[in-house]
Design a binder for this molecule. Structure first.
Ligand code: ATP
Ligand code: MG
Length: 568
């Protein structure tokens, strides 16, 4: 598949194909001019960025056309579903900034679905099959050959009813029988070759408990749930395009003349490179300990992105930017990073933090003195104000900002060279101290007292080639910083045929923890999830595992935008 680099400039595009469909329906007063969508997650895992696309789409269309959007938990498979997932899904949708019209559950419709199944049996349109799934699949043959009818296809209505009630009542063991719709064993569409409607399952359901011994299949439950809720536009991903005739077949047999009927519409799912995006695989990463839970900042889950420092606005902007299409593609993860960078650039306060510190001593600065320098909080936001930062004789700077044998093009600190300490003074490198291994332990400098930033003096306007960040050694807060890289070293881990298991492609260096970082003291008032730009370094947010004694920062993204450069 081709990697798409969507064009940033094209923000406000013309209508997408779903909007066109809806506007056309509104014009023709289809469903009495109502727009009612739904977001239908199965509560078998945490939501990921692909779901965010679907959420933005369904809730967004409802908002745009003054309609409604339901949150429906598609809870028809009790063996995999849990309350924890229901709670997390609600939390994630709210965090993204959307409100559902109603919170509903497919399991609320189990009685109605059962009654309709009985009705279909009575009409001769459904039958109980005693074969196992394997035999049934075999008899479906292939799209180009006629299928083989089940020996149970022509059971009498009475026998079907009796068996179906017995299935419900728990008389038959799991896997011994299923209910099938009697559609067309010769259809070129395999989904129409007598699809399964119900299976026997003895599992405890998170809402209906042990009431049911049979559970409906997606294809039967989904469309009927849409119909019960009077959904107008049932939006799903392209894999379900072939299911659409079946969706309509059930409604043809269940909906009455004149009743509003939902229409299924398909769009291309979101695929992102360097990650996996199925709940089953994400669950595996969690269970097998490759990550530290569903909200590990390396996960493509909404909760992971949130913990990483993504804003709801950046995810919504991403969904808008990638748009909706009818053709599958792969989006470069750099597009997502670009969106958060763009948002944080406008909203994140700037602070100074030194991740790889080396001590710098200003020999001609008075010992014991502390003065305050003024620093703008965010030059991109004129309402953000400024703050006072302590400055003293001993500071930390980044080790990389000093070079003993510097090439000509090195514009940071060197011996004999000058550099500006951001928001403070111009300093000059004088000498260094090394330990027995040759590592620099101290850099000694002198400062020019007349060059204080913002003082207005002639000397303060003097230009030097480089400006570096710093923190006052005695005032800075020592923190942990976690740097994240891509979770997989392969662009398409799930599709790589050279490995037996996608997990072999996990990037061993996806997490690096730095535990000797110093941040300016204003950070002490930060709350969990607060986001900052560490100047010259990147965007960071305060992790929820932080304590007053030990703050932990997650790097959301670096400052450099490789993707936006590619666009130029
Ligand atoms: P997964 O395979 O990750 O479990 P799913 O489709 O089985 O995904 P559901 O909980 O059934 O997950 O999905 C809820 C809604 O989100 C569906 O309407 C589905 O089409 C949509 N969705 C899921 N994955 C994506 C994706 N990658 N891009 C866009 N929409 C998605
Ligand atoms: Mg699913």
């Amino acid at each position: 598949m081709k990697i798409e680099n969507n064009n940033i400039e094209e923000e406000e595009k013309s209508l997408n194909f779903l909007e066109e469909i809806i506007e056309n329906d509104l014009k023709n007063n289809v469903n009495n001019g109502r727009v009612h969508t739904r977001f239908p997650p199965e509560p078998n895992g945490y939501l990921h960025i692909g779901h965010a696309k679907s959420i933005c789409l369904n809730f967004g269309l409802a908002d745009k056309y003054k309609g409604l959007c339901n949150l429906r938990f598609d809870d028809t498979n009790p063996s995999k579903e849990e309350q924890e997932y229901v709670d997390s899904i609600k939390e994630d949708i709210k965090w993204l900034g959307f409100e559902w019209h109603k919170e509903l559950y497919t399991s609320d419709y189990f009685d109605q679905l059962f009654d309709w199944a009985v009705m279909l049996i009575k009409q001769g349109k459904a039958y109980v099959d005693d074969q196992n799934q394997e035999e049934i699949s075999k008899q479906r043959t292939s799209p180009t050959e006629p299928g083989i009818e089940s020996p149970f296809r022509n059971r009498s209505v009475e026998e079907n009813l009796k068996l179906f009630y017995e299935m419900r009542d728990g008389i038959h063991p799991e896997g011994s029988r299923i209910l099938r719709a009697k559609v067309d064993m010769n259809s070129p569409n395999m989904h129409m070759r007598d699809p399964i409607m119900y299976r026997i399952m003895r599992a405890h359901h998170h809402r209906t408990g042990d009431k049911w011994n049979i559970y409906p299949m997606y294809d039967y439950a989904h469309g009927q749930s849409d119909f019960i809720e009077q959904i107008t536009h049932s939006i799903c991903t392209l894999e379900f395009e072939n299911h659409r005739p079946l969706y309509d077949w059930f409604l043809d047999n269940i909906a009455q003349e004149g009743e509003d009927r939902p229409k299924q519409r398909e769009f291309a799912r979101l695929n992102l490179n360097y990650t996996v995006m199925s709940k089953r695989k994400l669950l595996e990463l969690v269970k097998d300990g490759f990550v530290n839970g569903w909200d590990d900042p390396r996960m493509p889950t909404i909760s992971g992105l949130r913990r990483r420092g993504y804003t709801p606005a950046s995810i919504r902007a991403f969904a808008k930017r990638i748009g909706v299409a009818k053709r599958e593609n792969v989006i470069d993860i750099a597009v997502l990073e670009h969106c958060v960078r763009e948002d944080l650039n406008k909203t994140a306060p700037r602070i100074m933090a030194v991740l790889n510190p080396v001590k710098l001593i200003i020999d001609n600065y008075p010992e014991g003195k502390t003065e305050y320098v003024t620093a703008e909080n965010n030059p991109e936001d004129e309402n953000s104000g400024s703050r006072e930062m302590p400055f003293a004789r001993e500071i930390y700077i980044e080790r990389e900002d000093f070079m003993e044998d510097a090439p000509k093009k090195f514009f940071r600190l060197t011996l004999g060279g000058e550099v500006r300490l951001k928001n403070a003074y111009i300093i000059k490198g004088e000498s260094i101290v090394k330990d027995a291994d040759g590592n620099i332990t101290e850099i000694h400098c002198t400062y020019d007292v007349d060059t204080k930033s913002g003082s207005g003096s002639e000397a303060s306007k003097r230009k030097v080639k480089g400006t570096i960040h710093w923190v006052s050694a005695k005032d800075a807060v020592k923190v942990d910083v976690k740097l994240y890289d891509r979770l997989f070293s392969d662009e398409n881990p799930a599709g790589n045929k050279e490995v037996a298991d996608y997990k072999e492609l996990i990037n061993p260096d996806s997490l690096q923890t730095l535990s000797n970082c110093f941040v300016e003291p204003s950070v002490m008032s930060a709350k969990s999830e607060d986001r900052f730009q560490f100047q010259r370094t990147g965007y960071f947010c305060l992790d929820k595992d932080s304590t007053p004694e030990k703050l932990i920062f997650n790097r959301t993204v670096t400052l450099k935008d490789s993707w936006s450069k590619k666009q130029k």
